[in-house]
Design a protein around this ligand. Sequence first.
Ligand code: GLC
Length: 580
Amino acid sequence: MGIFRRIAGVAGSLCLFWAALDATAADTKAPWWKHALVYEIYPRSFGDSNGDGVGDLNGINAHLDDLEKLGVDAIWIAPMYPSPQADFGYDISDYQAIDPQYGTMADFDRLQQAAKQRHIHVILDMVMNHTSDHHAWFVESASSRNNPKSDWYVWNDGIPADTAHLSAVQRRNIHDGKAPPNNWESMFGGSAWQWVPARQQFYYHRFYIQQPDLNWRNPDVEKAMFGAIRFWLDRGVDGFRLDAISVLFEDTELRNDPERPGTNAQGEPNLNYLYSDKLPEVHGVMRRLRALVDSYPGQRVLIGETYEPNIKLLDEWYGTKEAPQLQLPMNLQLGFGWQASFDATWFRKRLQESQQVHGQPLLVVDNHDNPRSIDRFGDGTHDVERAKVVAAALLTSRAVALTYYGAPIGMTTATPTRVEDVRDPVGVTGWPKDKGRDGERTPMQWTSGAQAGFSTSPKTWLPVNPNHATVNVEDEWKQPESLLNWHRQLIALRRDNPALRDGAMTFLDNDNPNVLVYRREGTRPVLVMLNFSGSAQPVPKRLMQGKIRTLAASEDSLREVATLDEASLPAYSAWVVTSD
Ligand code: GLC
C-alpha cells in the first residue's frame, strides 16, 4: 500500500505500474497462511499404512505427493494424540504424545519433515475445552475433593433433588438426593453434568460424558495447556486449529440457560446458551495464546472453530491491532448457516459479509462434523456441476480456503443405514433423528481397487463407500474435466494471479437471483461469474469491455468465447475471465 499511496497523485499509467509493484511487495511480505489452501485430514480415514483398517500418520505421509500436486499449503490434522477414542480423538488423554494406533513420535517428525520438503505446513488440532476422562489430570481430580488437581475441572455439589422447577433433563439425573445445579445440556444429548460418587459431586461436560470440561478459571489449567502447546511449537508445528473455544468458560453462578421453543435432535428442549457459551473471558485466553505463538519464529497461525451467527461476532475473534487474538477464525456461516443453500443470493450475501472483518477471512464449507457439501448443495442430479460452482466461490474469494479430505474429488456422505453400524456415539443415542457424523468420515477414496486403496484390511473402521469405483483420486487425475482437476486448476490460479490473491471483491449485478458476479480488483481485474440456476443465463451487461481471456471455465463451450457481449452461462457453470 505504501508506495501506491505516495505516488497516488501522478499520471494514471505510472500509478498502475507502481500498484503492480506494490502488490508484489505486499505479497512477499504476507505471512504464508494469508492465501493458503488448508486441507483438513481426519487421520483415521486418510491412509492406512499398517493394514489394521484405521488410518495413521505414515498413511498421511504416503499421500503427500497427491496433496502437493493439488496445491495444498497446509494440512490440519484432526487429533492424533493418545485417546480412548470416545469422540475419535477429541477426547485427549495425553497432549504430548501420539496415539499408538496412529504411529509414533518418530513417525510424526518424519511426516512433518516430509511435508515441509513439499512446502506443506502442518497444523495440529488443539482441544483446550476438555480432556478425556482418562487423562491423568482428570483421574486425579476425580479421586477426591482435596487433591492438587481438585479444581482443574468444573465440579459442583448439585442442588437438592426436591428443588422446585427442575428441568426434565435435571430430573433424569438425580443421584444421592442431588440434582445437577442447572439445566445445561450436553451438545450430544442429556444433562451436561455427570455424578462422581467418590467426590459426591457432579462434573460438567459440554460434549460426551468422557470429555470433562477443564476449569479455565484456574490459572494452573492455562499454564498446563499452554505448556502442551509449547511442546508442539518447539517441535516445529506451524499452528493450531482450536477446537470448541467458544465454550471454554461457564457462568460463575451457573445460571440456567433460557429455553427456546422446540427440541433438538436428541429430543431435549432447545437452549439459548447465554451462560455456557461465548463468555467474554475467552478473549483474554486468546490474546495470551496469540502472544505465546507470536513469541515463536516462523509465522505460526491460530485458526478457530468459531461458529458464529453473524459477522460482527465473528470479527471479535480477530481481536485488535494492539491486542490480536486469532489470525483466522473460521467463517462457517457460508457453508453451514442454517439457511445455507445452493443459491446465488445466499452466496452473495455471505461472501459480501465475509469481507467485513478486520483480518483475513477464512471460508469453510466442509468438515468432519457436517454432511459433505456436495450433498448439502447438490440436487442429486447435478451434484458435480454444483460442486464446481461451490469450489469456484471458495477458491476465487478473497479468503483463506479450507477444504476437507475427499471434498476435492466429490466424496459423498455415506450415512449408516442401520443403527448397529453407527460408530459415532451421538448417532446411536440420536437415532434416527440424528445419525451421527460417520457419513462424512468414511475412508479416503484413492483408487477404484480394493478398499479404495485406503487399506489392505478387508475390514476398515468405517466401510469404504462403494462409489469409489468412479469417485477416486487415481481416475480423477486422469480426467481433465474432473472435480479434482477443477480444484487443482483453481488453486494454482489463485496462487499465481495477483488479483485473485489479494484484490478486493466488488460484487456486481447484485439483484441477479441466478448469477453471482464479482470482480477481484487489481491492475488486471478478474471477473468471476457463477450460474447457480438450472438454466442458461445471459452474462450481465457491461461487466468487462473488449476481448477477454478465460482463466477457468467449468464448461468447455466457454473457453472459446472472445468477448462477454451476448455470451451466456450454461446451467450450473463457473467462469473466471480477465481482459485480454
Ligand atoms: C468440535 C469438533 C467435534 C468434536 C467437538 C468436541 O466441534 O469438531 O468433532 O466432537 O468439538 O471436541
